[in-house]
Design a protein around this ligand. Sequence first.
Ligand SMILES: [Cu+2]
Length: 470
Amino acid sequence: MKNMKEKLNKFLSLIIVVAAVGFVLTAYYTFFGGSDVDLEGKNKLKIPEILDDLNADPGIAEFKLEAGISQTEFTKGRLTPTLGYNGSYLGPVIRLVKGQDVSIVVENNLNEWTTIHWHGLVVDGENDGGPMQGIASGETWNAKFKVEQPASTLWYHPHFAGTVANQVYYGLAGLIYIDDEFTDTMSIPKDYGIDDIPLVVQDRNFNIDGSFDYRVSMMGVDKGDKILVNGTLDPYFIVKREKVRFRLLNGSNSQNFSFRLSNRAEFLMIASDGGFLEKPLKKEAIFLSPGERAEIVVDFSEFNDKSVKLVSNDDLILELVIDGELEKSPDIPEELAEVADIAADEASNTRIFELQSMGISGTINGKYYDMNRIDERVDLNATEYWIVRNVGGMMATGHPFHVHGTQFQVVSRNGEKPTPEESGHKDTVYVDVGEEVVIKVMFKKEGLFMYHCHILEHEDRGMMGQFIVE
Ligand SMILES: [Cu+2]
C-alpha cells in the first residue's frame, strides 16, 4: 500500500515537473522567442557583401567588379543559371563617401557585350556607363569620378542597348551607398546588416528545372509569381525589438510594388531616390516603380506580434521575425537633412516628353531610340523644366521616367503640388497613364546622357532618348 502511494507521489511529482518545464518554456518563447514562427521552407535573407575598397587612403576609393556567368541555388537542390557581379547573383554594395575620388574597374566575363550604369550618380557622360560605354566580352572598363552628392542609396546595372532587361533579369544589379558629412552622427539606424538592411526586390518566374522562366510577349511582361529579395527566395529576416531601417529598391524589370506591413502599422519614410527627405514622413504604404528607391524605418518595439510581414498588395515580400528583448533605440530626428532647392524660374528652358506605349515597346516624342541621333541639347549648368506626359497608347501602362547624370525635383503632378514623398531629390519618377509630371532638372555634368522609361523591356525596345550637355 505504502509502495503504491510512493509510486503515485513520484508520478505526480513528475507530472508537476513536466508541466512546470512546459510552462517556463512556453512563457520564455511567448516573451522572448520567435521560434514558434513557422519558418519551414523559408530562407534566411541574404545580405550583400560590402565591396572592398582597394585603396587605404580615405579620400580615394578603388573598386573591382567582375560581371560573370554562374548558377544560383534559390531552391535547395535546384540550380538556376544566373549572372552576377563578383558572385553568382546580384552584386556587392559599393560604399562611397561624398568627396571621394573613385575608380571602378569593371571586367566583362560574360559572353556578350555589357555596360555598367551608376543609376542616380551625378557624373559626366563618359563615366555614366550608358549604351555608349559598351564593354566587349573579355574586356575591362574603368569608370572614374568624384562623389559630389549627398548621402543616398543608388544602384548599378547594365545599360547596353537591347540587352538590359535580360541581363538584369538574370542577376546583374547591385546597390551603391553614399555617406556624407552628416550620416556618421545622424541618429538613425546605420549598423549594416543588423539594423540597416538593404532590400533589392525583384519578381521572377521559374521553370520546374529551376531555371528562370522570363516571359515576354508583344503584349508585355508576365508578372513573376515569385519574389526574390537580395536574391533570396521565400526570405525571412530576424530583427530585434528596435527601430530598423530598410533601404528598398524596386529592382524588377517592369512590376510596380506598393509596400506595406501586414499589420498595417505606420512606418517612417526617411529617404527617396536622391537622399534624405527634409523630415521623416509617416506612411502606411510606399509605392515604388522600377528603379525607384525609398528608405524606411520600422519601429518593432511597438509590435506585440512575433512576426510581421512586408507585403506588396497581397504578395509576401519578406517575413520579419521579431526576436529578443526590447532594445532602446534613439528617436529619429525631426529634421533629417536640407534638400537643396534646384533654382529654376520662368526664364528656364522647357521641354516636353510624351511617353507612348505600344504593348511591349514604346516611344518618347514619337521616336524610338537611335544611338546616332542626339534628341536634345542642353547647356552645362542650365536648369530646365521637363514636362513628362504619359499619353497612353496601345495596352497603355504607367512609365517610370529616368534621367541620367542628374538628380531632379518634382514640381507638379497633374497641376498639383507633389506629395511629401516626392519632395526630395529624385532620378526616376512614375508617370501613370494620362498623367503629366513636371520636373526641374539641373545639368552639372558634361557629356552624352540618356532619358528613358525604366520598364527595362520598354527601354530595350526603344523607349529612350539621348541628350548632350555641353
Ligand atoms: Cu515604359
